[in-house]
Design a protein around this ligand. Structure first.
Ligand code: DX5
Ligand code: ZN
Length: 223
C-alpha cells in the first residue's frame, strides 16, 4: 500500500481556514488530521465542534480525528455526527478502552488508539485485533512544531511485528516532528500513515511539500 499523508489542520492559518482546506483538497494528501485538545489531557486547547464542522463543510477527504481529551466516550457520537471518518482516542485516557473502541465502531467510524511516547506498544496486544489504526506519538502531544523522538523507530518496528501476527490490515500512523527528512526511515520501520503540520505549513509551498512527501520512494523493503 502506498503511504498516506495527513496534513495537520492545527498548523493551518485559522483566519484563512477555507483557503488552507481547499489547498489540501487539491493536493496529493489523503486525509485531514484534526487535533482536538481539551486543556486537561494535554497542556493546550485547540478547537471543538464548531471548527470541526467548518472543516467538514469544505473538506473533500476523510477526517482523521485525534482526540487528546479525557473521557472521550461521552463525545464519540458527536464527533461522528460532525463528520469524523476515523476517531483516535488515547490509550492513556481510556479506562475501558475496549468499550470505547466498540462505541467508535457503533457510531460508524474507523477506530484508532494513540500512544504517548512513554507508553509501550506491548500494552496494545489484546486490543490490536479490534483496531483499524494505531497512532504512535513521536512527540509529547499538545503542540505542533516539536522535535521528533528517535525511540519511535523501535516502537514502530515492534508494533509492525505485532500487527503482522495479530492484525495485518492495521494502519500504523506517526504523529509529531514528521517531515521529508525522516519519512523514508519511518516507512522502513513499518509506518504507513504520516501526520505533518509544521513540515507542510511552514514550507515555502505546502502543496508541493505534500506532493514530495506522497511521492517519496523509500527504496527500502518494509518489514
Ligand atoms: C501534536 C499533534 C500533532 C501536531 C503535529 O500534539 O497531535 O498532530 O499537529 O505537528 P508537527 O507535524 O508540527 O509536529
Ligand atoms: Zn495529532
Amino acid at each position: 500500500m502506498k503511504h498516506l499523508i495527513a496534513p495537520s489542520v492545527l498548523s493551518a492559518d485559522f483566519a484563512n481556514l477555507q483557503r488552507d482546506i481547499e489547498m489540501i483538497n487539491s493536493s496529493a494528501a489523503d486525509w485531514f488530521h484534526v487535533d482536538v485538545m481539551d486543556g486537561v489531557f494535554v497542556p493546550n486547547i485547540s478547537f471543538g465542534f464548531p471548527v470541526m464542522e467548518a472543516i467538514k463543510k469544505y473538506a473533500t477527504k476523510p477526517l482523521d480525528v485525534h482526540l487528546m481529551i479525557v473521557n472521550p466516550d461521552q463525545y464519540i457520537e458527536r464527533f461522528a455526527a460532525a463528520g469524523a471518518h476515523l476517531i483516535t482516542v488515547h490509550y492513556e485516557a481510556c479506562i475501558h478502552l475496549h468499550r470505547t473502541v466498540q462505541s467508535i465502531h457503533a457510531a460508524g467510524c474507523k477506530a484508532g488508539v494513540a500512544i504517548n511516547p512513554h507508553t509501550p506498544v506491548s500494552l496494545l496486544r489484546d486490543i490490536l485485533p479490534d483496531l483499524d489504526l494505531v497512532l504512535v506519538m513521536s512527540v509529547n502531544p499538545g503542540f505542533g512544531g516539536q522535535k521528533f523522538i528517535p525511540n519511535t523507530y523501535n516502537k514502530l518496528r515492534e508494533l509492525k511485528a505485532m500487527a503482522n501476527d495479530l492484525n495485518p490490515e492495521l494502519i500504523i500512523e506517526v504523529d509529531g516532528g514528521v517531515g521529508i527528512h525522516n519519512l523514508g526511515e519511518l516507512i522502513a520501520a513499518g509506518a504507513a500513515a504520516f501526520v505533518a503540520g509544521n513540515a507542510i505549513f511552514a514550507a515555502e509551498s505546502p502543496i508541493q511539500m505534500i506532493a514530495e512527501m506522497k511521492n517519496l520512494d523509500p527504496g527500502i523493503k518494509t518489514i
